[in-house]
Design a protein around this ligand. Structure first.
Ligand code: FAD
Length: 389
């Protein structure tokens, strides 16, 4: 046994790979076990908020992230008829990064080369006198000092530590898709996040892949039980019907879509705990949240960097206490972000008054959520450890 902690991460998504980057940089032996045969990501865009981008940049990916992202400040809002909702003054500019999920995953995989084992589906997590034992569908068994469940919304590690998050349908389905920018004459003018809001539904688009593609997400009410998956095909004609009388750019983008995927949106309350012994959770396995605030991946990235600070220099007998500290530090913040995401969705889909009324409501809502962005989780974790909370 060496002095370096052996950390096993279950799940090689955005959360698991970011954690591998952060933990290995602080001297831990990291192995990521991913069930897929090869890197697997949805063909879709994603927004990385500043509270997460700062961590990836500090983790050595500054140049790489600049290369593959489109920077954007703020949000251009319109009503479904296309009337601009004025940007509230006095609200801080938020610098986010728009990115193609596949490019983000490739960047992270490049940074943690050699640490990821594909075709390892974890089927059981058990305790040993000195740590944990993992069993995989392929028959392999592996012991580790620390186990991190980064295995998403249907986490088996969550169940292994005695938890079950109960999903409640939001009554919303999200259609996602990518459009070749060259199909739209006005695409070159499109920058940043653009959102149209209407009664019961909203429509978002932003450029990714250096403007070659435009990512769309359309939230539509549904009474059906929709599958909570990123890979279920949707019907472009049905989507077009949902936005038939909306602003022309919305109709143009939908008309340019070759395919769309649909995803039932489910909400879950915060879990009562995340850590048990030397096993803990991270990302969607710990705090699944509705996607309306673009913080799901951001919070997963924060988790990994917090864990790295809290586990650095830990002795083996200190691991359970350090994982409790991680849970205590992160549960409060992520529960607040879950609540803000829920509110954001209600706000975007509420009946639209006139644009200036809407701007005032926007100002109130943005001020209430402003605490989320200027946050440095590494500083917060170091201070937490020093105080011995
Ligand atoms: C419509 C929509 C839009 C979104 N937009 C944004 C956005 O703009 N910004 C943002 O920050 N977030 C966004 N999110 C949320 C974000 O994508 C997720 O929160 C984030 O990807 C969570 O990462 P994760 O690594 O925890 O989980 P996942 O990405 O789900 O990764 C889990 C991994 O674990 C693997 N796995 C599962 N079970 C096992 C097992 N038993 N053994 C081994 N491997 C296993 C899976 O194959 C997968 O690779 C959005 C979500 C939705 C629904």
């Amino acid at each position: 046994m060496t002095d370096r902690l052996d950390v096993a991460i279950i799940g090689g998504g955005i959360g698991g790979l970011s954690a591998a980057l952060a933990l290995s940089a602080r001297g831990m032996n990291v192995t990521v076990f991913e069930e897929a045969e090869s890197p697997r990501e949805a063909g879709a865009g994603l927004s990385i908020p500043p509270n997460a981008a700062i961590l990836l940049k500090r983790g050595g990916l500054c140049e790489a992230i600049e290369k593959i992202t489109t920077k954007s400040q703020g949000l251009a809002l319109r009503t479904s008829r296309g009337e601009p909702v004025p940007r509230p003054s006095a609200t801080p500019e938020v610098q986010s990064y728009q990115i193609h999920r596949v490019e983000l995953l490739d960047m992270l995989l490049g940074a943690v080369k050699g640490m990821v084992q594909f075709r390892y589906r974890c089927v059981a997590v058990g305790e040993t006198p000195t740590g944990a034992r993992l069993r995989f569908a392929c028959g392999a068994v592996c012991d580790a000092d620390v186990v991190i469940g980064a295995d998403g919304i249907h986490s088996i590690v969550q169940h292994a530590i005695g938890l079950t998050a109960r999903p409640t349908s939001e009554g919303i389905v999200a259609y996602r898709g990518l459009v070749q920018a060259q199909k739209l004459s006005w695409a070159a003018e499109l920058c940043g996040l653009n959102m149209w809001m209407g009664d019961g539904r909203s429509f978002i688009c932003f450029p990714v892949s250096q403007g070659r593609l435009i990512n769309i997400v359309a939230f539509v009410p549904t009474t059906l039980d929709m599958e909570e998956t990123w890979f279920a095909p949707g019907d472009v004609r049905t989507l077009a019907g949902e936005y038939a009388d909306w602003d022309a750019p919305v109709r143009d983008i939908i008309a340019a879509l070759d395919q769309t995927f649909r995803w039932g949106i489910y909400d879950r309350p915060p879990l009562p705990y995340w850590s048990k012994g030397c096993v803990t959770l991270l990302g969607d396995a710990a705090h699944p949240m509705v996607p309306h605030f673009g913080q799901g991946a951001g919070q997963a990235i924060e988790d990994g960097f917090a864990l790295a600070v809290l586990l650095e220099h830990a002795r083996r007998d200190e691991i359970p206490a350090r994982l409790q500290a991680y849970q205590n530090l992160r549960l409060e913040r992520t529960s607040g972000v879950q609540a803000a995401s829920r509110l954001a969705g209600r706000f975007y889909r509420s009946a639209v008054g006139n644009p200036s009324e809407q701007a005032e409501r926007m100002r109130e809502w943005m001020s209430a959520a402003a605490w989320i962005f200027p946050y440095d989780v590494e500083e917060a974790a170091a201070a937490f450890l020093e105080r011995g909370d």
